[in-house]
Design a protein around this ligand. Sequence first.
Ligand code: ADP
Length: 224
Amino acid sequence: MSQHYQAILLFGAPGAGKGTQGKILGEIPGFYHLSCGEVFRTMDMSSKIGKIFQEYSSRGELVPDNVTIEMWHQNMQARTVLSDFKPNVDLLVLDGIPRNVHQAKLLTKHLDVLEIIHLVCPNKEEMIKRLRRRALKENRIDDAKEDVIRRRWAVYEEETYPVLKYYPKNIIREVDATGSPAGVLQHILEAVVPIQEAHFNNPITGEKVRSAAKASAKGRKKSR
Ligand code: ADP
């Protein structure tokens, strides 16, 4: 039987900082970060999926849904078998998936989405500048050309943004993505710590977390 992972989603436009924030969260015991784009980028580029990824990402387009979800699921299972990711101990922090409503539907067999952190970027041009800086620093072919970046934004607006409507409103938390990384992190933590404590034991002591945060998360759940 397929396992259901308890997860939060980091959601937002290209350049919003999902990867940066996800990486920091993933360093905290009890959180496990997985970036879908990163999984694709670290694949063997001479493999069949590697070639499909290059073909689509070089145009700023999404890899087809069936390929993406299958690849993601196999990757999760491998990490679980290797005990790198422990579903009973770690809250999964997903970034870059689901990228459209069809993927969100396919993921319902694998995920319980507990919360969505929507990193909101009011200024599109500022985000595009961020992406170009990152492309130069990290040698990312997908972001090196202006037209590819603009295509990625268009794909976000047309296909990814509607994912927010697919999930219940009361699990979506908006966080301004334009602050300092530490400031943005602070707001994300305010949202996700109560969720983590309500669903998991303390990853260090193994004991149940009995805090006000837990009570308030429960209260929220009841009022849905
Ligand atoms: P960013 O974080 O810069 O928005 P990603 O690193 O998440 O971009 O993704 C890079 C590329 O990988 C995307 O442009 C797309 O081609 C592919 N990709 C990543 N995640 C998905 C997904 N969930 N579905 C389809 N394609 C994806």
